[in-house]
Design a protein around this ligand. Structure first.
Ligand code: ADP
Ligand code: MG
Ligand code: MG
Length: 911
């Protein structure tokens, strides 16, 4: 479970052997910078306590205890000793005893890791209640119903989190009781009914665990603490860490804190909020609360909460105090805060504060405002935006002109902006299933509310719609982090998960029906709505922000684009050239495929050349368009790469058609033709086409293909250059493994160039280089560089061949590898620095030995992924190339890498 280095590292840290940090009474042993030890929540509680804010006292058991627990299945005696000491201290401070018979101390046991993982781990409230102390609570609160409700909540939470009993077992008891008492709302169950529920809950516990619900408060505490430690390893927490690139070895801290009660009646309540609007970044006090409720009622989305401005009317002093405190917190942390509070009998308590998650647009706006407000410097502002978040600026929005009022089904809360169009799915599992079957499936996950268990399904959906919950509900917070469109709290939407139906205003929608969401206004729309590109005003704001970051960027950013439209799009996002133009995509067009097929079917070189001549003018036109669009920027064009069979019909389809014709029209000429095609398909068939006749191997077997492509490129270049447009073609030979292949194809290209220049009496500058995408190429890169004038690392194939993973089938393996922690990330998404990265470095160094100023690029999917971009920047690549929609992300990631080096800022992208 852990490695030697981790153990050394952590035992060194724990040398001081301080496991438990107390906070309370205006003083904390820890402080806000100790996130490694105390986790974000613990560090925040300590910092707030030290600042004299009203925080219920308690103590934090540091993350090292969690790592101990992971290593040994238990914590050391010292942890227990220090915990007991802190508990005694807390009891003295409160003048109460944990679970005491009269005036009992009750605590919450809260998880909290270094990086916030909202709702992914567990928290237990009201701990310390048992058959005796519940009577003490009755006396103290003078509220029978409240006390029994707290007790039944504890058994329920403890039962599911600590004892691993299915939540449904408790829900069933509760629902039956409601039915029996003819109660609609939970709050309609009176004290007596709740006592009956408690009795039945206890039976559920006994039945599932073969023992009684623990009455000993200390035993409750130890069990709860260990369960929180274990929750670090639950599936949803692991999944969240994978998506967010968080180290599995960090562990969580545990916060034990005196309870305050927001459910004591109408002068009590609980809420959450932000110091600025997390969706737009606009500076406004922003939050939601519920009167007479306990914390998780607000975030779970069970009841739809009320806007914070209402609090000003209900309890003006409390509102003022909250506003003051949170404004102070923001100044102190110099970042937007996300906070939790509880009001007990008219008194305000702060329960949490942290830097708030926000959308990309909000991130940019808040960063810029804070520079204006002189809270942070421009250099700091650059790092306040995650490069991935910039996708927000390029996601589509609804085309307002095309929206018909009649199609608007209802309106919920605009939780996370952008538009999403997709087919309804009702469960996260089904979303994942659908996605695995069809990678491009557009899905809208429709739920009553989402829970942390839904995380995998949310990740693959295009948009999320929930019937309940507010702007700070789970769905809202998580999607904002993901940069995904989300509408929550659409109260008119009835979700029936059991029958797989959604009802809105009498209309029924089923699984697979299309709907559209507008995360910027909250509208839910029937069918497939039209979408348009982003708002120019936001883009303008982004431009200014980028103008602060860009001076630090030392590396170029290009785009992968095959057609002029994509090239123009990429330039609009700031691409400085094309890093990969895949020529084969040009052959799939309807008017071209027949010629391509004729070329493949040809049995002689002469016939092949005839077919290729038909393709030449078409290909030439493609390049003319690209060169014009890129107006002076480099354009890297790769010669034909995929195996030829990809251009022919599938063998199975041919067989079906042939059988049909044999039965119906055995004499038709079509049948004869199909049989020849089948014959050729069978000739071309390969067991492992990815390792077969493709890349430069194809160009070596059929030199006339490379010749035709080179001719199209140079003729186009000359034509455009004569028009006065600057052109710089870079011809790239795919899949070389050594110098001879490179030299073979390089010679061919240069020969054609000379011919064309002679014919046209005009010359253009060009380069011939290669893709480095096989391990052998990295190892002999010094040789290859004798002929190749540039390298572009094709890290998709390089990852595939280094790991020996087929990238088309790796899904099945990855699932278990990631779950087992064998791989930390999908190596096809995030460049594997340890292995693939090492090969890249070897290739670079060897290439530079031969040709010191050799141009180096990357054109795999990694070119738009921040951590991989950072790797490229650290290794002085000339450029990265990525899909047009990731160009902004790559630009910012490259700028941040540059700023990190130049300003000597600690820590890179990897968390
Ligand atoms: P999460 O990290 O999932 O937000 P928390 O540890 O913050 O989990 O706890 C969940 C909910 O319980 C929060 O809404 C919080 O306000 C509430 N809560 C936690 N501790 C206390 C406490 N000591 N008194 C009252 N409410 C609490
Ligand atoms: Mg919280
Ligand atoms: Mg490749």
């Amino acid at each position: 479970m852990s490695t030697a280095t981790e153990i050394n590292h952590t035992t060194a840290n724990a040398a001081a052997n301080k496991y438990v940090y107390f906070f309370g009474d205006g003083h904390a042993e820890g402080h806000g910078k100790m996130k490694d030890e105390l986790g974000g929540k613990g560090a925040g509680l300590a910092e707030m306590t030290n600042a004299g804010l009203p925080v219920p006292p308690g103590f934090t058991i540091q993350t090292e205890a969690c790592r101990e627990y992971m290593r040994n299945g238990d914590v050391s005696k010292e942890v227990n000793r220090q915990m007991d000491e802190a508990l005694k201290h807390l009891e003295q401070l409160q003048a109460q005893t944990l679970g005491g018979a009269d005036n009992p101390l009750l605590v919450s046991v809260r998880s909290g890791a270094k990086f916030s993982m909202p709702g992914m781990m567990d928290t237990i409230l009201n701990l310390g209640l048992n058959d005796k102390s519940v009577e003490g609570l009755v006396k103290r609160s003078n509220n029978l119903r409240f006390a029994y409700d707290s007790y039944r909540r504890l058994i329920q939470m403890f039962g599911s989190v600590v004892l691993d009993i299915d939540k449904k077992a408790f829900e069933e008891v509760f629902d039956n009781k409601k039915k029996q008492k003819k109660a609609k709302l939970d709050t309609e169950l009176d004290a007596k009914a709740l006592q009956e529920v408690i009795a039945e809950y206890k039976k559920v516990v006994k039945q599932h665990t073969k023992r009684d619900f623990p009455q000993d408060p200390h035993e409750q505490l130890v069990m709860a603490r260990d369960a929180v430690f274990r929750s670090w390893q639950n599936d949803r927490a692991k999944h969240y860490r994978r998506i967010n690139n968080i180290d599995d070895m960090l562990g969580t801290a545990v916060n034990v804190q005196a309870m305050v009660f927001g459910n004591l009646g109408e002068t009590s309540g609980t809420g959450v909020g932000f110091t600025r609007n997390p969706a737009t970044g606009v500076k406004e006090f922003y939050g939601e609360f519920l009167m007479n409720a306990q914390g998780e009622d607000v975030v779970s989305g069970v009841r739809t909460p009320v806007h914070i401005s209402e609090l000003e009317k209900i309890m003006p002093e409390v509102y003022q105090q909250l506003h003051e405190i949170t404004t102070r917190l923001e100044k102190h942390y110099r970042d937007m805060q996300d906070f939790e509070f509880t009001i007990q009998d008219g008194r305000l308590y702060m329960l949490q504060t942290r830097n708030g998650k926000r959308t990309g647009i909000a991130a940019v706006r808040v960063a810029m405002q804070m520079v204006d407000e002189k809270l942070i410097s421009k250099e700091e502002a650059i790092f306040r935006v995650e490069p991935d978040q910039l996708v927000y600026f390029v996601v589509p929005r609804l085309d307002e002109k095309a929206v018909k009022e009649d199609d608007v089904l209802t309106k919920g809360l605009p939780a996370s902006p952008g538009a999403a169009v997709g087919q309804i799915v009702f469960t996260a599992e089904e979303a994942v299933e659908r996605h695995n079957k069809e990678k491009d499936a557009k899905l809208i996950l429709v739920r009553g509310e989402t829970t942390p268990e839904d995380i995998a399904g949310m990740n693959v959906a295009s948009g999320i719609l929930t019937a309940r919950g507010g702007m700070t509900s789970h769905a809202a917070v998580v999607t904002r982090g993901m940069g995904k469109c989300c509408v929550v709290g659409a109260g008119e939407v009835e979700v029936h998960e059991d029958t797989r139906q959604m009802r809105v205003g009498g209309e029924v929608f089923k699984d697979g029906d299309w709907i559209s969401l507008d995360g910027s206004t909250g509208r839910v729309i029937r069918g497939k709505a039209k979408t348009v590109p982003p708002d120019p005003k936001d883009v303008k704001m982004l431009d200014e922000f980028m103008s602060w970051a860009e001076p630090f960027r030392r590396m170029g950013v290009r785009a992968n684009a095959d057609i002029p439209r994509d090239a123009l799009q990429a330039r609009a996002f700031g691409a400085e050239g094309i890093g990969l133009c895949r020529t084969e995509h040009m052959f799939f067009a309807e008017d071209r495929l027949p010629h391509m097929r004729a070329m493949i079917m040809a049995t002689t070189e002469k016939d092949r050349r005839t077919a290729l001549r038909k393709l030449l003018p078409m290909q030439r036109n493609d390049f003319i368009g690209l060169f014009r669009a890129m107006d002076g920027y480099g354009v890297t064009i790769r010669t034909l790469d995929p195996p030829l069979h990809e251009f022919l019909p599938k063998r199975e389809e041919l067989l079906v058609e042939i059988t049909k014709l044999e039965l119906t029209k055995p004499k038709s000429p079509k049948l004869k033709e199909l049989k020849t095609v089948l014959n050729r398909v069978e000739q071309l068939h390969e067991q492992n086409p990815m390792l077969g006749l493709r890349g430069c191997r194809l160009g070596i077997a059929y030199p006339e293909i490379t010749e035709m492509q080179a001719r199209a490129i140079f003729e186009a270049a000359v034509k455009v250059a004569k028009e006065g447009v600057k052109v710089k073609p870079e011809i790239m030979i795919p899949l070389t493994t050594g110098l001879k292949e490179m030299a073979n194809q390089g010679a061919l290209v240069r020969k054609v160039a000379d011919e064309v220049f002679a014919e046209k009496e005009y010359k253009v500058d060009y380069l011939v280089g290669t893709m480095i995408e096989l391990p052998r190429a990295c190892l002999v890169a010094d040789e290859i560089a004798k002929d190749a004038e540039f390298f572009s690392f094709g890290t998709n194939d390089l990852t595939q061949t280094t790991f020996g993973f087929s990238r088309d089938d790796v899904g099945k393996i990855l699932t278990s590898y990631l779950a087992e922690g064998i791989l930390k990330q999908d190596p096809f998404a995030v460049l594997d620095r340890e292995g693939v990265g090492q090969l890249v470095k070897i290739g670079l160094e060897k290439g530079r030995e031969t040709r010191p100023d050799i141009k180096i690029g990357i054109c795999g999917e990694h070119g738009g992924e921040p951590s991989s971009v950072e790797f490229c920047a650290q290794n002085a690549f000339t450029y990265v190339s990525c899909s047009p929609f990731r160009v902004l992300t790559a630009r910012l990631a490259a700028a941040q890498a540059g700023a990190t080096a130049e300003l000597k800022i600690e820590g890179g992208r990897t968390k």
